[in-house]
Ligand binder design. Structure first.
Ligand SMILES: Cc1cc2nc3c(=O)[nH]c(=O)nc-3n(C[C@H](O)[C@H](O)[C@H](O)COP(=O)(O)O)c2cc1C
Length: 390
């Protein structure tokens, strides 16, 4: 367990040292990031002695690697304890003006805030709004408790016990590594079919959904292979990704890898049609007719040998979404269908619905594709576990 412990300028900052000791006793590695204000309350020497690691404060130092990126890549979780009203406000507003706030902006691992402040600050409507924004965006909290505050008053705002925080950290990391030992095959991006050596028939998919799925599986400890067509987004580095162009190439790659996986998530926008004839030379005619023929349905084809694998497919329709999604789920032997409208193509966020076999559809509401990816994986793991129990 690797914990990046952010400490901010609260009177409770000394309790971060207690938390670090507890985590270390539980076998964790801990590295400290301090804000400038935190330096007024705890010394880097104490933090370094306790953690056994260099303590980080500045982001603009001559060093190898970019600190706010490499520290989060190293960590399983970023815990900000204690978190001041100030750091909550910065995180909720997207401000990155020091190493800790910039790390919070770029962190792709779970983040846990443990606020500590005077009751007046905690009850401030702006602080409340910032906490709500962060909670709604997937940041976790251990809320402050009622007790004696530094001001001498009794009220809510007190730093909770380190034992409670430690338990919360372990539960988040365990959940977050819940895909360990599971093998996922993800397809993504769009396929292209040649009209002539220059023009293609394709669609507007960017591959972002697949990119988020690949990253989320990796972060949650799963093994992932991906087959990706053309994509307009940055694909995660260092992953096992086979690049393809046409629907036929994607089918070949799927046939190679399907038997390897426990779960296939078919997020690729595979072209339904291809030109009947492909010209080997560039077409210059004033006018020409393009006839299309149906491509093989990849999911239907590949799920003939489905076995006990979990299969997730997507359905994008302009009308009759539920009926069409249900039809596709049966025809293509899927366990989960995620359906949406063309508004989802290329967008960072989408309002999708999800349906499992013999279940009602569930509307997920407007979410980022990262959140959608994680919801899909939550359902996959539930299905895998229930199959394993049978
Ligand atoms: C003695 C003292 C104690 C403070 N305790 C807290 C606190 O418990 N919680 C808090 O939100 N701010 C507290 N503050 C205010 C913060 O230190 C201040 O907002 C600072 O700018 C926070 O910077 P940081 O979030 O970058 O660490 C305290 C300030 C002082 C002088």
């Amino acid at each position: 367990m690797k914990v990046l412990l952010g400490v901010t300028g609260s009177i409770a900052a000394y309790k971060a040292l207690e938390l670090a000791r507890l985590l270390k006793r539980q076998g964790a590695e801990v590295r400290f990031v301090l804000t400038r204000s935190a330096l007024e309350f705890v010394t880097p020497l104490s933090c370094q002695t306790l953690s056994g690691y260099e303590v980080y404060v500045d982001q603009f130092v001559l060093t190898t690697g970019i600190k706010h990126l490499t520290l989060c890549e190293w960590a399983d979780i970023l815990v900000v304890a204690p978190a001041t009203a100030n750091i909550l406000g910065k995180a909720a507003s997207g401000i990155g003006d020091d190493l800790l706030s910039t790390s919070l902006l770029s962190c792709q691992k779970p983040v846990l805030f443990v606020p500590a402040m005077d009751e007046g600050m905690w009850d401030n409507p702006i602080v409340k709004k910032n906490v709500a924004i962060l909670k709604n965006n997937g940041f976790r909290f251990v809320d402050p408790v009622v007790g004696a505050l530094a001001s001498g008053k009794i009220g809510r705002g007190r730093f909770p016990s380190v034992a409670v925080i430690g338990k919360k950290i372990v539960s988040i990391i365990d959940k977050h590594r819940d895909l360990g030992g599971k093998k996922f095959l993800v397809t993504g991006g769009r396929t292209e079919e040649d009209i002539d050596p220059v023009r293609v028939v394709t669609n507007r998919s960017t591959g972002l959904m697949a990119a988020e799925l690949i990253q989320a599986i990796f972060c949650r400890g799963g093994t992932v292979k991906a087959i990706v067509g053309e994509a307009a987004c940055q694909l995660p580095d260092g992953m096992d990704i086979t690049r393809v162009r046409t629907s036929a190439e994607m089918l070949d790659a799927l046939k190679n890898d399907f038997s390897w996986c426990d779960c296939l998530i078919m997020a690729a926008a595979v072209g339904d049609y291809r030109p009947l004839d492909q010209s080997s030379i560039k077409i210059h005619d004033e006018k020409f007719e393009l006839s299309l023929k149906k491509n093989i349905d990849l999911l239907k084809e590949i799920t003939k040998e489905k076995g006990t694998r979990i299969v997730v497919g997507f359905s994008l329709e302009t009308s009759d979404q539920l009926a069409r999604a249900q039809h596709k789920m049966n025809k293509k032997n899927m366990d989960i269908v995620v359906f949406n409208t063309p508004a989802a193509i290329g967008a960072e966020r989408a309002a999708v619905s999800m349906m499992k076999r013999n279940s009602e559809k569930e509307d997920l509401g407007d979410q980022t594709k990262w959140q959608i990816a994680n919801r899909i994986l939550d359902e996959c793991i539930l299905l895998m576990d229930s199959k394993a129990c049978k």
